[in-house]
Design a protein around this ligand. Structure first.
Ligand code: AMP
Length: 278
C-alpha cells in the first residue's frame, strides 16, 4: 500500500480502514526514537497514522519554533520504510482558527518540573494532542518515555476526560554513548555534544543508588562535574503519577528527570527507577 499524506479531516476519513488504528504524534525530524514508536504501533494496529506537526502553541516566545528542524521529505522516506499507512500533516492555519477560544489546561501537574521552566508548554501540548485524537480518532496512541512528564499528562488527560484511547509508552532510544535521541541533537556542535553526555551519565549515577537523597546527590555530582557549559534547569526525582518530588520513604516507580541547556540547545532526559524499602 502506498503511503497516504492527509492534510485535513476529510483526507483522514477517506484513508480510514476498518480495524484498530494507532496514532504516533510527532513534530517531524524523525529519528530512531520515532521509528521505535512506529514499530510499537505497527504491532498493535491494522493502520498506523503518524502525525507531523510543529505545534506553535507549545513553544514559548523565546523558544525555537521558527528554527525547529523541518525535514518533511526525509520524514516521508522514514514513514515509507517503516510501513506507515497515513502521514497526517496539517497546516498551522488548518489546526488553529484565528478566533479560537478553547484549550486544555494541564493543571498543577503541568506547572511543575518541566512546566515551571516552560509556562504554557503543557497546555499547548495537551490541546494539540486532544485535537489530533479527535481528528484521527485512533484506538491507541504511542508516546515516548523520553518526554516523561508529557506521557504522564496525556495519561491524566485520557483518564480525566474519559477519552476512549489506549495510551502506550515506549522506552527511550539512545545513542551508543548514552545520549537520548532528540530532533534537537542536530543543533549540537561536536564539543557541545560531549558536554551533553553529562545528562545521561548523571541519570546512570543516580540509578546506581537506592534511596532518594543518595540518588539526587549522585546525579547532581555528575552534573556539577560537567562545569559551567552545562546550564542545569532542574534535576528532579518524582512520582510519575503526579510529578511531585518523592520523599525519602517513597516506594515504587519513580522518575529521575533532568533538563539542561548546552549552548543554545535545551535538552531533557530521564530514567525510571524502582524504589524499595531499605
Ligand atoms: P517529538 O517529535 O520530539 O515531539 O516526539 C514525538 C514522540 O517521539 C514523543 O512521544 C516523544 O516522546 C517520542 N520520542 C522522542 N525522542 C525519543 C527517543 N529518544 N526515544 C523514544 N521516543 C522518543
Amino acid at each position: 500500500m502506498d503511503l497516504i499524506v492527509a492534510r485535513n479531516r476529510e483526507d483522514l476519513v477517506k484513508a480510514r480502514r476498518a480495524g484498530p488504528v494507532a496514532l504516533v504524534p510527532t513534530m517531524g525530524a524523525l529519528h530512531e526514537g520515532h521509528r521505535s514508536l512506529i514499530r510499537q504501533a505497527r504491532v498493535r494496529a491494522d493502520q498506523v497514522v503518524v502525525s507531523i506537526f510543529v505545534n506553535p502553541l507549545q513553544f514559548g516566545p523565546n523558544e525555537d519554533f521558527s528554527r525547529y528542524p523541518r525535514t518533511f521529505d526525509a520524514d516521508l522516506d522514514v514513514c515509507r520504510a517503516e510501513g506507515v499507512d497515513v502521514v497526517f500533516h496539517p497546516s498551522v492555519e488548518d489546526m488553529y482558527a484565528p478566533d479560537r477560544q478553547i484549550g486544555i489546561s494541564s493543571g498543577e501537574m503541568g506547572r511543575i518540573v518541566e512546566g515551571a521552566f516552560r509556562p504554557g508548554h503543557f497546555d499547548g501540548m495537551l490541546t494539540v494532542v486532544l485535537k489530533l485524537f479527535n481528528l484521527v480518532q485512533p484506538d491507541l496512541a504511542v508516546f515516548g518515555q523520553k518526554d516523561a512528564q508529557q506521557l504522564s499528562l496525556i495519561r491524566r488527560m485520557v483518564a480525566d476526560l474519559n477519552l476512549p484511547i489506549e495510551v502506550l509508552g515506549a522506552p527511550t532510544v539512545r545513542e551508543p554513548d548514552g545520549l537520548a535521541l532528540s530532533s534537537r541533537n542536530r543543533y549540537l556542535s561536536e564539543d557541545e555534544r560531549l558536554v551533553a553526555l553529562a545528562l545521561s551519565r548523571a541519570l546512570r549515577a543516580g540509578a546506581a543508588e537506592f534511596a532518594p537523597d543518595a540518588i539526587r546527590r549522585a546525579a547532581r555530582a555528575v552534573l556539577d562535574e560537567a562545569g559551567p557549559r552545562l546550564d542545569v534547569d532542574y534535576l528532579a526525582l518524582v512520582d510519575p503519577a503526579t510529578f511531585a518530588e518523592v520523599g525519602e520513604d517513597f516506594q515504587g516507580m519513580a522518575v529521575l528527570a533532568v533538563a539542561a541547556r548546552v549552548g543554545a540547545t535545551r535538552l531533557i532526559d530521564n530514567v525510571t527507577l524502582t524504589l524499595s524499602p531499605a
